[in-house]
Design a protein around this ligand. Sequence first.
Ligand SMILES: [Zn+2]
Length: 285
Amino acid sequence: MPRSLFFALLLAAAPVSSQDLTVSHVAGSIHMINGQGGNIGVSVGADGFLMVDDKFAPLADQIRALLQDLGEGDLEFLLNTHFHGDHTGGNAEFGAETPIIAHHNVRARLTTEQQRGDRITPPAPPAAWPVITFAEALSIHFNGEEVRVLHVPHAHTDGDALIFFTGSNVIHMGDTFFNQRFPFVDMDSGGAVDGVLAAGRAVLAQANPETRIIPGHGPVASPSDLETYLRMIEETRAAVASGIDAGHSLEELQAAGAGDEWATWGDGFISTDRWIATLHRDLTE
Ligand SMILES: [Zn+2]
């Protein structure tokens, strides 16, 4: 192949803009929409659509078009895995047409001003507010399966939900799971590293080797990918803990890095330095 043609094909295959979304079948009734923002999970079938998370408001029309390509019917339910804007930004668009379901604390945070460091986020508009909220768990019976929604306390935030599509054997973990990258743990919003580990273990307890796991960010995962993620957290946390015990400063720990095995895990939203700082704060506060 001529070199110029090769590059022309390469360019043609690349997304034309960062807002391009793609949809892929995960298993059973469940599809995933990836691209900008958190991963969306969607159940498609005779009852219509049930969607988990909704990225950013400007992507709503693109998401609607992708749903129409997948099947027929209405969007009957929208679940939020947690309150962050890259997972709930479309709420104001979709909330006018469908009930939004989330943990109590998601509603509490979306209805009030939020502050994280210097960053202030105003309350979301009322159309974006969850109208059905829960403390621990609820089930939706939809498209021939039980969709079990389970709160895990103090994990990525204080309002995380895991979504088990029990018939399709798919689990959406929201941002309690960043596949193949260091995670963001929002400690200013009730998150904690122990809770992230507990969420992962709760999923592994329900999973079998065929289970497909949708992470908040990154590609669809297997239970063994999730085990690797939990081992990464445990091993890097143990290294930071022993460094603290040995009297090293945060800067010294960051200079030492997180180890060769995790060298590419800091290429995403959370750099290696930021992950080490997260572990340091989690262990010392
Ligand atoms: Zn998040």
